[in-house]
Design a protein around this ligand. Sequence first.
Ligand code: PHB
Length: 406
Amino acid sequence: MTADFGDASHISRSGTGPGPPARPGAVLRGNAERPQPVAATVTSRLFQPLTVGAVELPHRVVMAPLTRMRATQPGDVPNELMAEYYAQRAGAGLLITEGTQISPQGKGYADTPGIYSDEQVAGWRVVTDAVHAAGGRIAPQLWHTGRVSHDSLHEGGALPVSASAIPFRNRTSLKDADGNVYRADCPTPHALTVEEIAGVVEDYRRATRNAREAGFDLAEIHGAHGYLLHQFLSADSNQRTDEYGGSLENRARLMLEVLDAVIDAWDAEHVGIRISPIGSFNGLEDPEGAEAGLYLAEQFARRGIAFLHLSEPDWAGGPELTDEYRKELRAAFPGVIIGAGAYDVAKAERLLDAGFIDAAAFGRAYIANPDLPERLRTGAALNEPDQATFYGGGAKGYTDYPALED
Ligand code: PHB
């Protein structure tokens, strides 16, 4: 297949994994239907260095966050196998980890790692040491899934939380007693009180301190894809009448409070945020998403953060963003923009040359190609990812994909 995937999440559309519903024909396009990979040219911007806040990247191929559900249980602890997986991919300009819950409440899927306990911090330290030893750079994706979750994941069967207690249609991925992944409907969530919201902000602050302690190079806040911060942002999922609901400023309040807390716990140079302004994700429509994205980009720019990670609708089978919108976003955010979603070398080069993005994140292609940047640079063929092993399990389909020299 060609390297045209920005995020692994859409893998799940045919069945067992997390992520939005399938759009027929959007997944796993084989070589028969697609031209073979094209090598980046010698003058390629994709292989120029880039400063991202406090960190220097040797090139601009980024590994996108990918849910893999392999943390050690009990405790959602990162392990040696995960360290090996990330170290194998340390040739990325920057590695962004799988979504990592900032608190037990923020967990939405079986066996995803956390970053709130001492044990988890120690586990992440093993991962960051392995990545650094292999010459790489790594950022955790700080995640609260909000209503995209299930009571069975929470102590005492507590309901997942969100902006409002609105019934919605989405499913999450759980494991049965035999460790098999299955899909389950998400329940109607509990609407967070203002006091509880303050607690969530503190959870992000603690997670950021933990990220520093664990040796990460940067931190990314997950503000995209219909998870908690996006649930507050969209009027579709937020019907609050307090200072967190109503106007766009109010709906964006939690995301910006979280951003400010994370900056406070580290500094703006070490913090990025991922948003998905356009597109429908995890049962969430955002009718004002385009406008909200521009408002947020401006707010991010004011804070001078390290990067804005733009998840484009085509990662989940939606249409490509228009150049018009990219131009507006660029005007609102002059800092580093990482684009993600159905990227291949040609798309990345076009958008880099136009100045709309500064780096390109690849998801799905990274699952099967630990040395993806080298393959993109040389036009080498790509390994095919095996959907059956995306979520959960062990080394198979995780650390056993061959690099070119293997
Ligand atoms: C997923 O696991 O399907 C997933 C996780 C994070 C995202 C999107 C999808 O941002």
